[in-house]
Design a binder for this molecule. Structure first.
Ligand code: ZN
Length: 131
């Protein structure tokens, strides 16, 4: 298993990790298989979405803030329940198809680390299984 380190700078932030994920797959020399990405954090997530226009990422963060505001009724002592909810909405793992040494993403897609309680130093676990 490989690990990626992601340093986040804002409380809510989506960071494009497509290039570092591609580097890991290339370094392993896997031509065909499956790549599992796993985020071992409770206030962060992984997602795939448009990497071309950065305003899409801003709109996703804006929408998640509307879906999961910081309600005063929350009971979690740490005061970051909105971050936990956002993390569960997007999920903690992704499965990627590797074909001919490349990740099979759509033309506009990128892989994003989603931070909801930053800034922090985070990890992403990468497990590649050869087909
Ligand atoms: Zn918490």
């Amino acid at each position: 298993m490989e690990k990626l380190t992601v340093k986040t700078k804002k409380r809510n932030e989506l960071i494009d990790i497509t290039k570092p994920v591609k580097k890991v797959i290339e370094s392993l020399g896997v031509e065909n298989g499956i790549c599992v990405l796993f985020c071992p954090h409770t206030t962060a997530s992984l997602t795939i979405n448009e990497a071309f226009d950065p305003s899409v990422m801003g709109d996703i963060i804006f929408s998640l803030d509307k879906i999961s505001p910081d309600y005063p009724e929350f009971r979690h002592m740490e005061g970051n329940s909105d971050s936990h909810v956002k993390s569960s909405l997007l999920g903690c793992s992704l499965n990627l198809i590797i074909k001919d040494g490349k990740i099979m993403l759509g033309q506009w897609q990128g892989i994003f680390f989603a931070e909801f309680d930053g800034p922090r130093t985070r990890e992403v676990f990468v497990q590649v299984v050869k087909a």
